[in-house]
Design a protein around this ligand. Structure first.
Ligand code: NZQ
Ligand code: ZN
Length: 385
């Protein structure tokens, strides 16, 4: 295990009725930007709960943050914050709204064109407004991490940024707020969470017994809970376990001291930028093929995964690895996430285009040992056709 420093500054309020905690968390005189998506929080009663908790505080609302939040939309929110001298950002929604809030928080006092935060990886971001979040979709872990991913449709880009400055100060995670999610978004949450664990686990052995067992525990929980929460969407116990899995998967703890991959995400973001495919669906397409192409370099961990996550104990090493990869794909299909490019009407020629874009952006190597390349990406996507 490598040395590490672990510090997650986000305070989490988990459980039913916890939106009321907003009243204790925000200062009485806080000037707040409430950031929201397309309106789900009006229909499911979450907005009413938030407003009740905020009482008489000064709140400006900004609506219309889209799935895969767009730079041009968010810049309008940045202008509103500057104009009204707002001090706190309160995203209420899924990962897109939370990520959007982090961008706004970092952009408000950024001296240059805020797109540069994403292009240059924001080494010159020195401050961000404080964020307090209400999460309504379990998937990204954005409620408890310092990452955001922003799309810019005008130039077909989707880039990410990570900074300790944009961790939410606190987040409210009430699983009951997710009961209104349509099956597609529940599936997306499961598929994204599964891949977040895999990106930090399915690499090579690093003598990190706790991280491995924690990762395997989340994966097994997802496999167990996915059919239950899809079949019975208002079963609180099942949903609460999915929601907590999603937070645990990407709040940092399973990734400390171990190699991380993020190859499926790197490639997946390109598919969203080019074709608008839901984030989790891109992972269902890409990850099984990454495992297949990299089965030699990840041999030991694939065998561990086969045994401990899928209970595959019999047959040759290669047969167990084949079965584990097949089960991974079948799991995505079982929750309703298609795993082939053709399922999304995307031609195989996109493989070369993605490789070209990575090269143009200077992404020549990536993945757990930096040996994935644009050429291998093309192979992966051709195999996913
Ligand atoms: O906009 P509204 O009306 O709220 O509807 C949303 C949206 O249409 C709806 N929704 C959310 N909560 C709901 C609900 N509908 C009914 N009931 C509820 N309780 O769901 C739709 C999708 O929401 P979105 O926020 O886009 O989904 P998700 O949470 O999956 O976020 C995806 C974004 O997060 C990024 C992705 O790339 C993508 O841009 N990611 C962020 C990460 C991070 N910050 O660490 C890591 C991830 O790997 C990921 O890249
Ligand atoms: Zn993800």
């Amino acid at each position: 295990m490598e040395n590490f420093t672990f510090h997650n500054p986000t305070r989490l309020h988990f459980g039913q009725g916890q939106i009321a905690q907003l009243d204790k968390e925000f200062p009485a005189n806080a000037r707040i930007l409430l950031l929201a998506g397309g309106g789900s929080i009006k229909q499911n009663g979450v907005l009413a709960q938030v407003k009740q908790a905020l009482g008489n505080r000064l709140v400006h609302e900004f609506w219309g943050v889209e799935a895969n939040p767009d730079y041009d939309t968010l810049m309008k929110a940045v202008e509103l914050v500057r104009r009204e001298k707002l001090e706190w950002i309160l995203p209420v929604g899924g990962g897109s709204v939370l990520d959007g809030a982090k961008f706004v928080a970092a952009a408000v006092n950024y001296p240059r064109d805020p797109w540069q935060i994403l292009v240059t990886n924001g080494t010159d971001v020195t401050s961000a407004l404080p964020i307090g979040a209400v999460l309504t979709l379990p998937a990204t872990g954005s409620e408890a991490n310092g990452a955001f991913v922003i799309s810019r449709r005008a130039i077909k880009e989707k880039l990410h940024f990570i900074s300790p400055l944009v961790y939410p100060r606190f987040s409210v995670i009430d699983p009951a707020t997710t009961f209104s999610l349509p099956p597609r978004q529940i599936a997306n949450g499961i598929g994204d969470t599964f891949c977040h664990v895999m990106e930090q686990y399915l690499t090579y052995p690093a003598d990190a017994a706790v991280q491995d067992r924690f990762a395997e525990g989340i994966l097994r929980t997802l496999i167990e809970v996915a059919p239950k929460t899809l079949a019975d969407p208002t079963n609180y116990a099942a949903r609460a376990n999915l929601v907590w899995s999603a937070t645990c998967a990407l709040q940092g703890i399973i990734g400390v001291g171990v190699p991380q991959d993020w190859a499926s995400h790197t490639i997946g973001h390109e598919l969203t930028a080019l074709h608008g495919i839901d984030h989790a669906c891109t992972l269902g397409i890409v990850m099984p093929q990454v495992l297949q192409l990299e089965r030699t370099t990840r041999h030991a961990k694939l065998l561990q995964y086969a045994e401990r996550v899928w209970d595959l104990h019999d047959g040759s090493d290669e047969a167990r690895i084949d079965a584990a990869i097949a089960k991974t794909r079948a799991f995505y299909e079982s929750i309703g996430i298609k795993t082939r490019l053709q399922d999304y009407n995307v031609p195989a020629s996109t493989a070369a285009e993605v490789a070209r874009r990575l090269t143009a952006r200077g992404v020549h190597t990536f993945g757990d040992r930096n040996h994935l390349t644009p050429a291998k990406t093309e192979q992966i996507l051709r195999a996913a056709a």
